[in-house]
Design a protein around this ligand. Structure first.
Ligand SMILES: *Cc1c(COP(=O)(O)O)cnc(C)c1O
Length: 353
């Protein structure tokens, strides 16, 4: 398995390289060269296993350049009861007949982002080591509220890393601002920007793809990476809880193996729901993935009409993590739907910006 850039199919890198780098030099996102298949029997067997073991199974399909011991080190470091307040890590609550809620808030910052950001530092430092890179990694993060705190908490005092978070001054909740500005750790930085999340994300992407900045950084023995869901290392861990939840529903006798489920996902940067898309295409029986938006409903409009119109008022809502008009990960979905047509993606995203 290797990873290609959505904007240049010629770019082929290992998963360690994709995770270490975060984003491709051409501005494209890394996508797996194929979506690995799992069987219903695999899923059934996972029902007997712990969350960390389920994670080990799913990661082994995507991180084929990692050894089993390396993946084990990552999943056991992240998915344990020191970091999460429940053995199950992702708790499944039965709401009412046929309806369940996946509780992804049992991590240290109470945001579902912990599911990925508790393991990303392990994946990233392991990747750097594997690649033999002798550089300090500088993580840049744009946040609409939750990612910032969860990333800071994941990377605080992780050796060989520095983390700098940019958040929209008036675009996060008072609680989120407090969470970030009181962050502990010797390698952390937080910066408010004038503008909204899209401005923060565009700014960070510009820094990432600037050759001049990269050269300057290299001179000083450093390199950039990303903790946003543009990084494959953020997305891959999110696939796990979809596979895990289906296995749990079967193990609990709530559904029969093979029954199809619908999944509703509150959506912002399209990372979480895209992880569900990967799970579905791996073989988890999913009927529909339902994209839920708030007043910033650019994605629901796009799915209904096929037109992505970012020229619309930006609403500041009570769910700031969904206040996003430029959904990065949609690029990955369109790449897969277009049959890996990198020229088409370059054209579409060129015209979008
Ligand atoms: C991040 C976040 C979202 C949006 O998830 P995406 O992966 O960006 O689509 C929705 N709700 C909450 C609470 C979040 O923290």
């Amino acid at each position: 398995m290797f990873y290609k850039s959505t904007r240049n199919s010629e770019v082929k890198v290992s998963s360690a390289q994709a995770i270490a780098q975060g984003i491709s030099e051409d501005g494209g996102l890394f996508v797996p060269s194929e979506i690995p298949a799992i069987t219903l029997d695999d899923i059934k067997a996972l029902g007997e296993k712990s969350y960390a073991e389920r994670a080990l199974f799913v990661f082994s399909k995507y991180l084929t350049d990692f050894t089993e011991a390396e993946i084990r080190y990552c999943v056991e470091g992240a998915y344990n009861t020191k970091n999460f307040d429940t053995d199950n890590i992702a708790e499944l609550a039965h709401l009412f007949d046929g309806t369940y809620m996946l509780e992804l808030w049992h991590g240290p910052t109470c945001a579902f982002k912990d599911m990925a950001l508790q393991i990303l530092p392990y994946l990233l430092t392991t990747s750097i080591k594997k690649l033999g890179v002798d550089k300090k990694v500088v993580i840049l993060v744009a946040t609409s509220g939750d990612t910032g705190k969860a990333a800071l908490e994941g990377f605080k005092d992780v050796k060989g890393t520095e983390i700098l978070v940019f958040y929209p001054e008036d675009g996060v909740s008072a609680m989120q601002k407090k969470q970030m500005t009181t962050q502990e750790g010797g390698n952390v930085g937080v910066c408010a920007i004038k503008g909204n999340f899209d401005d923060a994300q565009t700014g960070v992407k510009t820094i990432f793809t600037s050759k001049e900045t990269a050269d300057k950084l290299a001179e000083n023995g450093m390199m950039f990476s990303s903790a946003n869901s543009i990084n494959w290392g953020r997305l891959a861990p999110q696939i796990i809880y979809y596979v895990s939840t289906y296995a749990q529903l079967v193990a609990d006798g709530e559904i029969e193996l093979g029954d199809k489920i619908n999944i509703v996902v509150p959506t912002g940067n399209f990372g979480n729901i895209l992880a569900g898309y990967y799970a579905k295409h791996m073989g988890v029986p999913v009927n529909k993935l339902i994209c839920a938006s708030n007043a910033n409903n650019v994605l629901t409009d796009f799915i209904k009409t096929g037109v992505y119109d970012r020229n619309r008022p930006f609403h500041t809502t009570i769910s700031p993590s969904m206040d996003i008009l430029i959904s990065s990960n949609l690029e990955r979905l369109l790449y897969h739907l277009s049959g890996s047509d990198d020229a088409q993606i370059r054209e579409w995203f060129g015209s979008l910006s």
